[in-house]
Design a protein around this ligand. Structure first.
Ligand code: DX5
Ligand code: ZN
Length: 232
């Protein structure tokens, strides 16, 4: 299994009045990617941020901006996020009428492409598009909100996804990342890694950690998450 782990704080739980600082601070605290949750009050019952905000944070960091589209439809907005500086763009199969075309569009726009699977969405959507996937994201909560509890059935689903990805790598030599999103905390990240994930979104675990006087404590949380990953 890959010991090359990525921690991707979700800015959904950040302080939006100071978003640039928050982004700079989590990266300075050892985070690898910035996870950017886009919600449209249509595909999911919440409304968040768009390409304008992506463009605004782009100059703040050289870290990968990992755009998670919880919108329907997806094609119209993909090139906008690419222009706004996104590096990775993922979407839910339910959000696109033509999954293969949407994945190709993301790559043509110059980004890494991925599919996101809700807790009840079967992994079969991967089967005929493996060649167009750079990343697979398994939701371990129903999408729409931060701060929900990790759904344990995700562990078996991660093992299933890991088998498919490893079989593909053995056949083609191509790597596909396996990301998990929702309810990832210090006390469960090791178990999630053992099930096969290599990239971990953590929103409330990182940004909910609060402050110690005038200082954020993101470094403490991220160190603790990494210490757990070291045990894997
Ligand atoms: C949920 C979002 C997640 C969310 C994770 O729809 O996709 O990225 O911010 O938040 P936590 O880590 O608090 O579950
Ligand atoms: Zn997300």
């Amino acid at each position: 299994m890959s010991k090359d782990f990525r921690i991707a704080p979700s800015i959904l739980s950040a302080n939006f009045a100071r978003l640039g600082e928050e982004v700079a601070n989590v990266i300075a605290s050892g985070a690898n990617w910035i996870h950017f949750d886009v919600m449209d009050n249509h595909y999911v019952p919440n409304l968040t941020i768009g390409p304008l905000v992506c463009e605004a944070i782009r100059p703040v960091t050289t870290a990968v901006i990992d755009v998670h589209l919880m919108v329907k439809p997806v094609d119209r907005i993909i090139p906008d996020f690419a222009k706004a500086g996104a590096n990775v763009i993922t979407f839910h199969p339910e959000g696109s009428e033509h999954i293969d075309r949407s994945l190709a569009l993301i790559r043509e726009s110059g980004c890494k492409a991925g599919l996101v699977f809700n807790p009840a969405t079967p992994l079969d959507y991967m089967d005929y598009v493996m060649d167009k996937l750079d990343i697979v994201l398994l939701m371990s909560v129903n999408p729409g909100f931060g701060g929900q509890k990790f759904i344990p059935a995700t562990l078996d689903k991660l093992r299933d996804a890991r088998r498919r990805i490893d079989a593909w790598r053995d056949k083609t030599g191509r790597e596909i990342l396996l990301e998990v999103d929702g309810g990832v905390k210090i006390d469960n990240i090791a178990e999630i890694a053992r099930a096969g994930a290599d990239t971990f979104v953590a929103g409330s675990a990182v940004f909910g950690a609060g402050r110690d006087g005038d200082h954020h404590v993101y470094d403490t949380v991220i160190e603790a998450l990494r210490a757990e990953l070291q045990k894997v």
